[in-house]
Design a protein around this ligand. Structure first.
Ligand SMILES: Cc1cc2nc3c(=O)[nH]c(=O)nc-3n(C[C@H](O)[C@H](O)[C@H](O)COP(=O)(O)OP(=O)(O)OC[C@H]3O[C@@H](n4cnc5c(N)ncnc54)[C@H](O)[C@@H]3O)c2cc1C
Ligand code: SF4
Length: 552
């Protein structure tokens, strides 16, 4: 059967459709049902189960959970079992680690009262709460299309057709997607959502705002020797192995049963196309500060995810007729705190309250104006405003001066003023690369298979899996342009920034081509952000495909 003569899609009607079962989507679903139990709420999730695509640090500030489920501490099943007990910040050189006194840190950077968790586990637990309240949860379904009404208002989303072969023909397993129609649609897709990107463009939501900014976070989960585990210790570093022009840093959290989450974030406005964020994490683990903790342990998890970094200046207009953006789809991440899950949940709660209010007065498919007008004076706005200059200062002045000025600015903002006003971020991340010829290729050390690893072995640990016979979900708009710009000018950075080794330039002369190993994709969205020509678009593959993170 050809997909051109497809039957009509089945339609299901709800009061509210939520795309994405991360902290933002689940908090919104729970709040809606708390306020209006009679309303129908559905959440679609592209991962094979809730949590399968969630990757975070994560040290969680419980401010939002205290609002959403005030009694959560008395629930014996809650997964926030590891309070933060020690908080260390280091500046790294190749051999040395200089500890910064905690008293130098502005109070907003303190992690006292926070918890070290697997955010995937937190989402699984929240999903149980949501289902207990009557929310319908559909994991394994990717939303691929926004449905519009005659006035251009959003009427819901459609999930993708399943069972389409690589050549575009329907297979015997073919199942048509479903239209999920609703009075309000909340987009909770996380950083660089694919439908969110369409809505940003359709409704020009980024107008008069700074461009969206991102980083890529690469994480490993280790089981360490019991004698090396320091339950509740969290450690952040900046500096080595990145050069002064490249922003980023590491996190290392001790939690669970001898578990250590170790990860590295590279700001995606980096200039040198030879940089490999994956290799920077591998190098980082060889530093004397870290090596000893991991030596003799076992790596049990791997994954990667983009992180939003634009903050206050870059948050787009949040509303459009028929719905709103919540969580990291809107970019509520606090960069210096490396925290976004609290704001993701707070925004889900806030949007849900505005939706419940609107539904109670019989409204539908219009703009939730209160959400847009209120967020900047809410706890989310207060959290983001104080740190608004940290990333621009870092980008402008490099790590040493930029981080110092960022620290000063956070202090003055704590006292209620800034010497800098509100700085701009400059170019979008895909415009910051410089031609490859201006740099020497970076020779990264070979993996030792004990502490450092190669990319393909790492992807295996992510559990990434896609149905092989389906159209490639990574679209290259113009192959010739890809060669001319991405390869010839920038030396093929996709072969290095992709944490899953999806992209390769192979062959010679006439046979030279761009190969896309789409089955390895861990849905981090970096290619959609960093491709210098903006030529690569990430689209959702068949639902259920992608990584299968057990507890990231
Ligand atoms: C390496 C790293 C470290 C971090 N560390 C911390 C930390 O220590 N503390 C902290 O608070 N925050 C941290 N963050 C940020 C935090 O993870 C995010 O702020 C938070 O996850 C955002 O929640 P969200 O619900 O908006 O999006 P996400 O958590 O990204 O969830 C989005 C969900 O939507 C699903 N989805 C997306 N598109 C579709 C679609 N079209 N159809 C169906 N489903 C879809 C995804 O599969 C996913 O399950 C970190 C992030 C990274 C990457
Ligand atoms: S193909 Fe793109 S989205 Fe997938 S893992 Fe690579 S960079 Fe990330």
């Amino acid at each position: 059967m050809s997909t051109s003569d497809l039957s009509a899609r089945e339609t299901m009607e709800f009061d509210v459709v939520i795309v994405g079962a991360g902290p933002a989507g689940l908090a919104a679903a729970i709040r809606l049902k708390q306020l209006a139990p009679e309303r129908s709420v559905v959440v679609v999730e592209k991962g094979s189960e809730v949590g399968a695509h969630i990757l975070s640090g994560a040290v969680v500030d419980p401010i939002a959970l205290d609002q959403l489920l005030p009694d959560w501490r008395n629930d014996p099943s809650h997964p926030l079992q590891q309070p933060v007990k020690g908080d260390r910040f280091y500046w790294l050189t190749g051999r040395r680690a200089v500890r910064l006194p905690n008293m130098l840190m502005p109070p907003l950077m303190s992690n006292h009262g926070n918890f070290i968790v697997s955010l995937g586990d937190v989402c699984r637990w929240l999903a149980q709460k949501a289902e207990g309240l009557g929310v319908e949860l559909y994991p394994g379904f990717a939303a691929v299309e926004v449905l519009y009404g005659s006035q251009g208002e959003v009427l819901g989303v459609a999930t993708g057709d399943m069972g389409i072969a690589k050549d575009g023909k329907a297979k015997s397993s073919f199942t048509r997607g479903i239209e999920l129609r609703a009075k309000y649609t909340l987009l909770a897709e996380g950083a660089r959502g694919s439908l969110t990107k369409m809505l940003l463009e359709k409704f020009d939501l980024q107008r008069d705002r700074e461009p969206s900014k991102f980083g890529i976070g690469i994480k490993e989960l280790w089981e360490v020797q019991p004698g090396k585990h320091r339950a509740g210790l969290i450690q952040h570093t900046f500096g080595w192995p990145l050069d002064n022009r490249t922003g980023g840093g590491s996190f290392l959290y001790h939690w669970g049963n001898n578990l250590v989450s170790v990860g590295f974030v590279v700001h995606l406005n980096y200039h040198n196309p030879w940089i490999s964020p994956f290799q920077e994490l591998q190098r980082f683990k060889t530093h004397p500060l870290v090596r000893g903790t991991l030596a003799g342990g076992k790596r049990i998890g791997y994954g990667a995810r983009a992180i939003t970094e634009g903050g206050w200046q870059s948050v787009p207009k949040l509303i459009f007729p028929g719905g709103a953006l919540i969580g990291c789809a809107a970019g509520f991440m606090n960069v210096p705190r490396i925290k976004g899950s609290h704001n993701a949940m707070l925004s889900g709660i806030m949007a849900a309250e505005k939706v419940a209010e609107a539904l109670a007065t019989g409204r539908a498919n219009d703009e939730l104006t209160g959400y847009e007008s209120d967020w900047r004076t809410s706890a989310i706005g207060r959290d983001l405003r104080k740190v608004r200059n940290v990333k621009p200062l870092w980008s402008k002045f490099g790590t040493i001066v930029g981080a110092a000025l960022g620290g000063l600015d956070m202090w003055t903002n704590t006292l209620g003023f800034s010497l800098f006003g509100t700085l701009s971020h400059g170019k979008p991340d895909n415009a910051t690369l410089e031609p490859a010829s201006r740099f020497k290729p970076i020779q990264y050390p070979k993996p030792d298979g004990q502490l450092t690893f190669d990319r393909l072995g790492s992807v295996f640990l992510s559990g990434a899996n896609h149905e092989g016979d389906q159209p490639v979900h990574l679209h290259v708009a113009d192959e010739q342009e890809q060669k001319r710009l991405e390869h010839d000018v920038f030396g093929g950075p996709s072969t290095r920034y992709c944490p899953a080794g999806v992209y390769e330039w192979v062959g010679e002369a006439d046979t030279f081509k761009f190969v896309i190993n789409a089955q390895n994709c861990v849905h981090c969205k970096t290619c959609d952000i960093k491709d210098p020509g903006g030529n690569i678009t990430w689209t959702a593959p068949e639902g259920g495909g992608g990584p299968n993170y057990p507890n990231m």
